[in-house]
Design a binder for this molecule. Structure first.
Ligand code: G6P
Length: 750
């Protein structure tokens, strides 16, 4: 209302002033027109009555002349008529001719140019003096007076009309102005709202920030957003404790509770039939370890392959199940794969092709075109599921790992406004190694459907960008680490993954002393016996063979540990449908047996150097082992991150225990206080084992404290939080018009 008045009042005032100024002008103008009309009319009357009047005068009948004057002054406009034979004579006149009009003063009217306007009580009178002629000689003057009061009446009427006209005009113009202002304001507000909601510019040339009127402020908005970004980053850098709550706050604040969908092959909870019962299993997967707490915090939908024998029995009619079973916080949407699909996509292309391709573990990748076809088809199947599960047109989709290299582009094609964050949990090889894949271009192109593509380390980011440079006609900006392909920009970033911190109370609930006693007892080891722990999937990339060789070497070099030290290896069975994994398991078993035979105390059945447990362990059991051990040995030959290293550190709230860590893990870059080793160097590893077993409590504490501080600070909430913050920034930026000549704002992060 106030806005309307602000428009209308000045408009009415302006129009009122205009009307006020124009009315006298109109009056003058109309008067001039009417006077001219009267002149013409007077000339006409003079011409018409001149001759009969002169005849009457010549006839000399005063009565006839008077009647003649009465007759012609019946015309409503003709007020009076007079005739002067000469300036000295008295005028012959009709009744109303004013007395001050005399034959000797007609000159003043002639000087005014044949006419004059006199003021009288009844209104203005037009006076015209016309010369009469008879046979070519002057025959006196005719005075004609017209009543012009009608002019005043008309003028008043005109003024009234003008007033109503301007008043009406003011109202109409005000209404149109207010309407247009309202519409533009609404459009502007809608544009702003669209900006905040995340509708992109390019998609709404008329309705959103694509409107040309936004162009002038685009730069200012961009500057504002950059300021907000740096504030957000400062907050990220300044915030040392990231928790589930801070992550939730980001989702609700920066991302306004947006729709979050996770896609991974492995599901976080697997329902398995155990006789009559259904058991819920937590798989051994770094990916699941990291993402599960995130999903608990932000309650979204997790789409994954339903691989458990009882999975179908527990889902609803939309194939969804609420988890965690004890306290549901989010839902899993299960996708069913046929045995052929699983063989081609999962065992085949993902695990016989991409897995060995990306890990330098000296196992040759196998590529089959039938596996590739399955891989493509299953990626498509998951893309359809994402579209079905999306509650909005612009969800945030977290695509996980090498099972879904093609999925980001497929999602982008169907949901162009979605923000796809892809995280590649395994290493990315150098371009030469990667180029042996027959479908290398398709894979990289598929991944570049992501808005953000994350790796654990900068060297994986570098390798990926080098690979793109080598394979595709894409624009690679090495300063900001952005790749543009076909108009789509992907930010390639390093996000070192981590674990839940602080660990859930049930994980560290059992006191260390109790864990030590129980684990020793359960494994027939004497109290006080030194224990090392290894926890892995039974995968050839984990360096289990190299680990056992190092233990063998320790026993060779430091025989005092024979019978006093045992290494418990928990090896979760994995991908056992693949030949390479079967033969690896056989090798591991054989090596453990050989080492144990070699170093069991001669003649006596003593504690073996290696306790090999090839079976699934629940996370809580794993943590009890960590807490019971003197050392944890992670000897991966190549590993994206390796969360076992971080879990061991998290489990040791007693600040004891030594971590021996392969230099080929991502974790080695973050945990330099561990004893860093080359797993291929058995002597070095044996020396590290000995050092760990003899390390003073003080040194153990010093190292453990530093590592715990790092894991606490760089926990999994920070990992997810940083990705989501970057996604939020990107969404904000995507709503702005592209500046025509400004450089893209750099936002490379370390
Ligand atoms: C690695 C991969 C994960 C995978 C996990 C377990 O950590 O990066 O994507 O889930 O291994 O492997 P699996 O084949 O059993 O899922």
């Amino acid at each position: 209302m106030r806005l309307a008045l602000r428009f209308v009042l000045p408009l009415i005032l302006v129009l009122g002033g205009f009307a006020y100024a124009i009315v006298p002008l109109v009056d003058q103008l109309t008067m001039r027109w009417f006077v001219r009309d009267m002149d013409i009319r007077s000339a006409l009357i003079a011409n018409t009555i001149g001759e009969p009047l002169l005849e009457q005068i010549a006839a000399g009948s005063k009565t006839k002349i008077a009647n003649f004057f009465v007759k012609i002054t019946q015309d409503e406009r003709l007020y009076a008529v007079g005739y002067c034979a000469s300036p000295q004579s008295a005028p012959l006149a009709s009744k109303l001719l004013p007395s001050d009009i005399r034959c000797d003063n007609l000159g003043r009217f002639e000087a005014a140019g044949d006419h004059h306007v006199l003021r009288s009580a009844s209104g203005p009178l037009h006076v015209a003096v016309k010369e009469l002629e008879s046979n070519g000689t002057a025959a006196g003057k005719l005075v004609l007076m017209h009543d012009m009061s009608f002019v005043e009446r008309r003028s008043a009427e005109t003024r009234r009309y003008l007033f109503f006209f301007f008043a009406g005009l003011a109202v109409v113009v005000s209404l149109i102005t207010v309407l247009i202002a309202q519409l533009s304001w609404r459009g502007w507000v809608q544009g702003m709202r669209a900006l905040l909601r995340g509708e992109t510019m390019s998609r709404q040339p008329q309705g959103g920030m694509g409107r040309p009127e936004f162009q002038p402020i685009a730069r200012d908005l961009q500057r504002l957003i950059r300021e907000l970004e740096s504030e957000t980053r400062a907050r990220d850098e300044g915030q040392t404790t990231w928790t589930a709550e801070s992550l939730r706050a980001i989702l609700q604040g920066e991302l306004r509770g947006e729709d979050v969908i996770v896609v991974s092959n492995r599901e976080p909870y697997i329902h398995q039939k155990k006789g009559e019962h259904i058991e819920v299993q937590r798989p051994a997967s770094g990916l699941v370890t990291a993402l599960e707490p995130i999903m608990r915090a932000c309650s979204g939908t997790w789409i994954a392959h339903g691989s458990g024998s009882a999975d179908r029995e527990v889902v609803d009619r939309h194939d969804r199940v609420q988890v965690p079973p004890a306290k549901p916080a989010y839902q899993i949407r299960r996708l069913w794969l046929s045995p052929e699909e699983e063989a081609g996509y999962y065992f085949g292309f993902a695990n016989e092709g991409l897995w060995p391709l990306c890990h330098i573990a000296h196992v040759r990748p196998t590529f089959r075109s039938s596996d590739w076809a399955c891989y493509e088809a299953v990626n498509r199947k998951f893309a359809e599921a994402v579209v079905t599960e999306a509650k909005t047109k612009a969800p945030i989709v977290l695509v996980q790992d090498y099972h879904f290299a093609l999925l980001p582009r497929m999602i982008h094609e169907q949901l162009p406004d979605a923000t796809v964050i892809t995280f590649w949990h395994i290493p990315w090889p150098n371009p030469e190694s990667f180029s042996i894949c027959p479908w290398r271009e398709q894979i990289v192109t598929g991944m570049l459907g992501s808005s953000i593509l994350g790796f654990h380390t900068q060297s994986h980011c570098n390798n990926f960008v080098d690979t793109v440079d080598r394979l595709l006609e894409a624009r690679v900006d090495r300063e900001s680490f952005r790749v543009s392909l076909g108009g789509q920009v992907t930010a390639v970033r390093r996000y070192p993954i981590s674990i839940d911190w602080p660990p859930a109370p049930e994980m560290i609930g059992k006191p260390v002393a109790e864990c030590r006693a129980e684990i020793r007892q359960a494994n027939d080891l004497p109290p006080g016996h030194a224990i090392g722990i290894g926890v892995d999937r039974l995968d050839y990339t984990k360096g289990i063979i190299e680990r056992f060789r190092a233990i063998e070497r320790l026993m060779e070099l430091k025989p005092e540990w024979i019978g006093r030290f045992s290494f418990i290896q928990i090896a979760a069975p994995t991908r056992s449908g693949i030949d390479e994994y079967q033969s690896h398991e056989a090798q591991v078993r054989a090596l453990a047996t050989r080492v144990n035979e070699r170093f069991s105390r001669s003649g006596r059945a003593g504690p073996p150097p290696i306790v090999l447990k090839i079976e699934h362990h629940e996370p809580q059991q794993v943590y009890e082992h960590y807490r019971a051990a003197e050392l944890c040995f992670v000897s991966s030959l190549h590993d994206g991150m390796n969360l076992v290293a971080k879990e061991f550190v998290a489990s040791r709230d007693d600040e004891r225990g030594v971590l021996i860590l392969s230099q080929f893990t991502g974790a080695a870059r973050e945990l330099p206080e561990a004893l860093i080793v080359n797993p291929y160097d058995a002597d070095q590893c044996a020396a590290a084992l000995h050092l760990a077993l003899t390390m003073t409590d003080q040194e153990q504490r010093d190292r453990m404290r530093l590592m715990r501080r790092l894991v606490a600070e760089f926990n999994v909430y920070r990992w997810a939080g940083r990705m989501l913050l970057d996604a939020a920034i990107m969404r904000r930026r995507g709503r702005l018009p592209e500046p025509t000549n400004a450089a893209a704002p750099g936002d490379a992060r370390g």
